[in-house]
Design a protein around this ligand. Structure first.
Ligand SMILES: O=C(O)CCC(=O)C(=O)O
Length: 259
């Protein structure tokens, strides 16, 4: 990846629009390595401590309410996992997400000399011909004492309308919290109609090697995959390391680096 890139214009977009995209930012090999590694993790052949990672299988129905949230770790060799969290526990993912460019991004957002943790280092998959509609939400969690502000979303496959790309509402990060009562920032159905009208939806159509940087309050959603190939992505939420979980104070978040 190009660590030296000038970030002024990018962060002007981040403030105004709530996101920016750096096309063809990563080297082919870097993304091939993540693609290979995540498939090894799903197939149970990776030398990683599976007790440290959380793996969720997809639904058969495609309905969000049918997802199962219990359990942990490996649940069988399949490429049909929907979500895998805790990927900092894997050295290859850890090395990738702690590279100098991400340190610079965090310094821009959170300031210098600050410890940075990961709220989540997450694989999001719309398995071939499967996937679950992910309703409109802002990436905030009401059990944290301050909101994280920076998420990077890295496509591991081309993302299209047909395979369930992320969709956003530009400038929506400026609205503040739309449903502060919801623990994970999800909108009610009527709020979604009001704040994410069809004619304002922008699909994030990207390719492997592109980088998408999102303000955590930007409204986003994603659809099912109607194609015969997977739509995989890595999503990392970088957080001010002083952030505390006020509901469960014993929980700590993995330290990544200091800006
Ligand atoms: O990858 C997706 O479909 C959505 C991911 C998402 O909501 C996130 O990264 O915050």
């Amino acid at each position: 990846m190009n660590h030296q890139r000038d970030l002024d214009q990018c962060f002007q977009l981040f403030e105004e629009e709530g996101y920016f995209i750096l096309p063809q930012f990563f080297e082919k090999d870097e993304i091939a390595d993540l693609q290979e590694r995540i498939n090894q993790i799903m197939l149970g052949t990776a030398d990683v401590d599976y007790d440290q990672i959380w793996m969720q299988l997809d639904t058969d129905s495609g309905k969000y309410e049918d997802l199962r949230w219990g359990g942990n770790g490996f649940q069988g060799a399949t490429l049909d996992y929907r979500k895998i969290q805790g990927l900092e526990a894997d050295q290859r993912f850890f090395d990738f997400i702690t590279s100098p460019f991400f340190v610079r991004l965090c310094e821009r957002v959170y300031g210098p000399n600050l410890p940075i943790t990961s709220f989540r280092t997450m694989f999001m998959n719309k398995a071939a011909g499967k996937g679950t509609w992910l309703p409109w939400h802002q990436d905030r969690w009401n059990f944290l004492d301050q909101d994280p502000l920076l998420t990077v979303w890295i496509p591991l496959d081309e993302a299209t309308l047909e395979n369930g790309c992320v969709q956003i509402i530009r400038k929506s990060h400026r609205k503040g919290l739309i449903n502060p009562e919801h623990s994970g920032g999800f909108l009610t159905e009527s709020q979604a109609v009001e704040h994410a009208p069809t004619n304002h939806i922008i699909p994030i159509l990207v390719e492997p090697q592109d980088l998408v940087v999102l303000h955590n309050h930007l409204l986003h959603a994603s659809d099912k995959n109607r194609t015969s190939a997977p739509r995989r992505a890595l999503s990392v939420c970088y957080m001010n390391g002083h952030t505390k979980n006020i509901a469960e104070p014993e929980i700590s978040y993995p330290q990544l680096f200091t800006t």
